[in-house]
Design a protein around this ligand. Structure first.
Ligand code: SF4
Length: 371
């Protein structure tokens, strides 16, 4: 099943990573655990929800699954009556969740804790692609708005206030700002840039990653605005490199040609630097695994970190309604292991991005696989 990609001979191979540990981590990522995690993400933008845990010192989001064979007890993961050798803690509810802005909005509705030390916000909680015919089938961005757990648009002042409190009270070390896709050609980049500036005025030096769709070709300069505002990394998320999969799973986003993603990634690497740009690749959408790994190899060559994560059938998504299921742990382990090797050989490590999903790593297993 292994694929020889063009960059497979770049640099020396990093030390081998414990395959059993990756296998276990992937089984947990797919099957989840039985535990009552105080910090959890229930839907929202993008493809992940779940409970926030720390496994062996690293952030991990795992499905909270009452039917999982794995249970968290006494700081260990157990399978039946045997501990599996993983030390796990749940992330405590952060203190900033108890605060409210001067205009009466709970901080928790403005930004959320991800893992133990990541502050995450969806600056614009609506998306031009949310009509049922266009919506990404794994996404629930507007459901969390409907259920009242967030607000539609966060102002720069609100974000600055919450970020300052989260750093002061809870030791936040990085921030992720995403947005639903907006109608303008910048796809939300200017709103993100204003937000980054405001947060950095309040918390100088906080590493911030921004995430948006590729700006229109005539507005690629918006990427420079994000860097000039002070963001250290950017995610431009395609989710799949297979056009047929894109049309099936992300009909709205699939209207953006792959060439536009490539132009945006290249411009982002020029502006932010190599391995400061990332994209999600979802395992479990039906894409051929060898093609997925080969495509990830081409991204690595571009300087883009392919953040491989399992598709998760979240409540409230069209995919869940239609009966889609998570990929097998074996498939996730196979793809993650091969992509991690490509990243290690290229010297691209998620942690080097300083902020963002690749730096956090919780939603995938690439960091457990050494990348
Ligand atoms: S990988 Fe991204 S979405 Fe997942 S917990 Fe970390 S910051 Fe949040």
């Amino acid at each position: 099943m292994s694929v020889q990609t063009e960059n497979a001979d770049v640099g020396p191979a990093a030390p081998a990573v414990d395959g059993d540990a990756i296998g276990l981590r992937t089984r947990l990522a797919v099957r989840g655990v039985r535990v009552d995690a105080p910090v959890r993400r229930r839907g929202g933008a993008g493809p992940s929800d779940d409970g926030h845990l720390v496994i062996g010192g690293a952030n991990a989001t795992l499905p909270l699954n009452p039917a999982s064979p794995y249970v968290l007890r006494d700081g260990e993961v157990w399978l039946g009556d045997q501990p599996v050798g993983l030390h796990v803690t749940t992330v405590a509810r952060p203190r900033f969740y108890d605060l409210t802005t001067a205009d009466g909005v709970p901080y928790e509705q403005i930004a959320r804790l991800h893992g133990a030390d990541v502050l995450a916000t969806t600056v614009v909680q609506t998306c031009i692609r949310y009509a049922e015919a266009d919506r990404c089938r794994f996404c629930t961005i507007e459901e969390s708005l409907r259920d009242g757990s967030t607000i539609a648009a966060k102002t720069p002042a609100q974000l600055a206030e919450v970020a300052a409190a989260a750093v002061r009270l809870d030791g936040i070390r990085q921030m992720v700002m995403t947005t639903g896709t907006t109608a303008g050609p910048d796809r939300g980049a200017r709103v993100l840039a204003r937000s980054v500036r405001a947060v950095l005025d309040a918390v100088p030096g906080l590493p911030i990653q921004v995430q948006c769709e590729p700006p229109a070709p005539a507005d690629l300069g918006a990427i420079t605005l994000l860097r000039e505002a002070g963001a250290v990394a950017i995610g431009i998320h395609v989710e799949s490199l297979d056009d047929e999969v894109r049309r099936r799973w992300m009909p709205g986003k699939a209207s953006v040609p792959m060439a536009q993603y490539e132009a945006a990634w290249d411009e982002a690497v020029r502006v932010f630097g190599r391995n400061r740009v990332s994209t999600y690749l979802l395992v479990g959408l039906g894409e051929d695994p060898d093609e997925l790994v080969a495509g990830a190899g081409r991204l690595v060559e571009r300087g883009v970190y392919p953040f491989v994560v399992p598709f998760r059938p979240m409540a409230g998504t069209l995919a869940k309604r239609d009966g889609a299921v998570a990929p097998s742990a074996e498939l996730l382990a196979d793809v993650s292991g091969r992509v991690a090797e490509l990243l290690r050989r290229a010297g691209m490590f998620g942690a080097d991005q300083q902020a963002g999903c690749a730096a956090c790593g919780a939603c995938g297993v690439l960091q457990a696989a050494g990348a």
